[in-house]
Write a protein that binds this ligand. Structure first.
Ligand code: F6R
Length: 594
């Protein structure tokens, strides 16, 4: 969703635009920058893509520093007026903001009564106006910012310019914000990825902190005074903009095998396993797994693995439901929160509720510096490396792999069976990306289709859910998922000769049942695409439209091998249809609002 950048240094506009482009993957619908040059703050904003913003920028002499923003509309439509930066009425304060000011209507009301007027529908504008309001009675800029932060409620990462100061102020609560300084140049960003090519280390701004930076200064303060921080090493993994792939999505799918290698290396080290094994987890009687979208699908699969390996109750929940359900949890509950970004608003809220109710929380995250990773009792990294494409691919495979390891480690802890990496090593050794020509053939067919079904039983149902989501979000095809056994209970009525039904059949104990369901759909005219890991008698599959066969692993990590072909098929279907698979319409990479 929204992105923030700030820069102190020459060529300010160019650097801000370059960095905003690096944040594009998070999703946005307008953008803007504010640059101090020629003794004034110059603001440029545009609806739509950053290239529209670029067209509005006039050359500036002696630009010294500035701030920029990509906005994903929450309060007010996506237009130029609502785009950030927002400016106070006296033109002295210019701000960009990520997050949501929950009491903005109250503040707006108060300030309107005091004679102030508003030009936008945003919550952010109230912060610019509040800064102006507080500066009527207070001189010191940091104090003005501190008072403003005391007045606002909600989440915010703020980068702030003031007409009279030659630097950038900042403040943070619940929304991520980071700063890197290299010589006289400073970069502020809501995503560490912006530091790629700029710095090797950065500072993390913590909740409740405000600060100021210019060519010579970088200061952080909280309510107790100045804060001295240690820099954190940047870890960009295999992130590289100048890659040889046409899109991040396909690049990231092809990074899956390497991600599994990273996972094996990380969890083979005793000190990393001990982060789980040495935790006090006495009295845990049940496990709840919580996530959104793809992370939820990983959780669904995880709940099966945990129940099988630990023999205790384990249920997966969608975070947006969990948080409002008054979940039955207490100090006998381990809540596992899965999130690639570690910034998803619903998952963070689910974490907060779990803590309030006394549960032990464990975050399974890709972004190791994220809010979720920092706030959970135990943080378990999935080691997938930076994921840029909105559609999650290698992160899902890594989530499944780490859930499998986690279940093994908890089994060692609770039951005493020593965990070993053999199954995961087998996954790595057997891993391949499948027959790409076959996948492209299917993508050629799917591009002309606007309705399909994916069915399966047990773990196959979870794969069907995730495969279906990939097709939906990248190719805008209405792909629905059902338990195979539910066919006769309703959705058979939807099947005709134009319907493609993908049948996932990699669960041995229900194979014959699932094949029967495939026949039932076939008998009603459906074109069956059978997905299996078994060598089936030719007579069993000769009536089917297409068969995809993957290797048989013989354990729950089969799910990792099963999803990759569908990620590739979704990618090529999207490309065939002329869409950008990296940026599906209306979606954002990290969903930081409810
Ligand atoms: C789908 C996808 C989303 C995310 C979901 C949760 O491809 O990427 O469904 O999985 O928005 O995001 P995280 O994992 O960052 O919490």
């Amino acid at each position: 969703m929204c992105g923030i950048v700030g820069y102190v240094g020459k060529d300010t506009e160019r650097v801000l635009i370059e960095k905003l482009k690096q944040l594009e993957y998070r999703g946005y619908d307008s953008a803007g920058i504010a640059v101090k040059a020629e003794q004034k703050i110059n603001v440029f904003k545009a609806k739509g893509e950053i290239k529209n913003l670029e067209k509005t920028i006039v050359p500036l002499k002696d630009a010294q520093f500035g701030i920029g923003h990509t906005r994903w509309a929450t309060h007010g439509k996506p237009d130029e007026i609502n785009a950030h930066p927002h400016v106070s009425s006296d033109d002295k304060w210019v701000i960009v903001h990520n997050g949501i000011i929950e009491n903005y209507l109250e503040i707006k009301d108060e300030l309107t009564k005091k004679g102030m007027s508003f030009y936008s529908e945003t919550d952010t504008e109230t912060v610019a106006k509040l800064l102006e309001f507080h500066s009527r009675k207070v001189e010191d800029k940091m104090e003005i910012i501190s008072e403003t932060c005391d007045t606002i409620k909600g989440s915010y990462a703020l980068a702030i310019l003031n007409k009279e100061t030659n630097g950038i102020y900042f403040a943070k609560n619940k929304s991520p914000l980071f700063i890197a300084k290299k010589g006289e140049n400073v970069m502020i960003a809501s995503d560490v990825i912006c530091f790629y090519g700029f710095a090797d280390e950065y500072y993390s701004v913590e909740d409740g902190e405000i600060g100021y930076t210019d060519a010579n200064t970088l200061v952080f303060k909280n309510k107790f005074g100045e804060v001295v921080k240690n820099p954190i090493k940047c870890d960009f993994g295999n992130y590289n903009n100048a890659n040889t792939y046409k899109h991040f999505m396909i690049k990231e799918i092809y990074e899956t095998k390497n991600a599994i290698k990273n996972i094996i290396e990380y969890y083979s080290q005793e000190e990393n396993r001990n982060k789980i094994l040495l935790r006090k987890l006495d009295g845990i009687k049940r496990i709840k797994i919580v996530g959104c979208g793809t992370a939820y699908h990983a959780g669904l699969m995880g709940s099966k693995i945990f129940e099988e390996k630990l023999g205790i109750e384990c249920t997966a929940y969608v975070a947006s439901e969990f948080r409002y359900q008054d979940p039955k949890i207490g100090d006998d509950t381990l809540v596992i929160l899965i999130s690639q970004s570690g910034e998803t608003a619903d998952t963070l809220a689910a974490h907060e509720i779990s803590k309030q109710k006394g549960a032990v929380t464990l975050a399974l995250v890709n972004v190791e510096y994220s809010a979720l990773a920092k706030s959970a009792d135990i943080s378990v990294p999935i080691k997938a490396g930076v994921e840029v494409a909105v559609a999650s691919t290698k992160a899902y495979s890594s989530q499944l792999t780490v859930l499998y390891i986690l279940a093994g480690l908890l089994r060692e802890k609770f039951i005493g069976d020593k965990f070993n990496m053999a199954d995961v090593e087998k996954l790595y050794n057997e891993f391949d990306y499948g027959n790409i020509n076959n996948f492209k053939l299917l993508a050629d067919v799917f591009q002309y289709n606007d309705k399909m079904f994916m069915i399966g039983r047990g773990a196959d149902y979870c794969t069907a859910q995730e495969a279906s989501l990939k097709i939906k979000e990248t190719s805008y095809i209405n792909s629905d998922t059902y338990y195979a056994g539910e066919l006769k209970h309703g959705f058979l009525a939807l099947i005709d000769e134009k319907t493609y039904v993908v049948v996932f059949a990699t669960e041995k104990n229900v194979l014959s049942k699932t094949l029967c369901n495939a026949e039932e759909a076939k008998a009603r005219g459906a074109k069956i695409i059978l997905f299996t890991c078994f060598d089936l008698e030719p007579s069993l599959t000769e009536n089917f439209y297409f068969v995809i066969k993957v290797k048989e692993l013989g354990n729950a990590l089969q799910a990792v091998l099963n999803i990759v072909p569908w990620q590739i098929i979704a990618y090529y279907t999207s490309v065939n249809k002329g869409y950008n698979p990296d940026k599906p319409r209306n979606l954002a990479k990290s969903v930081t609002v409810e």
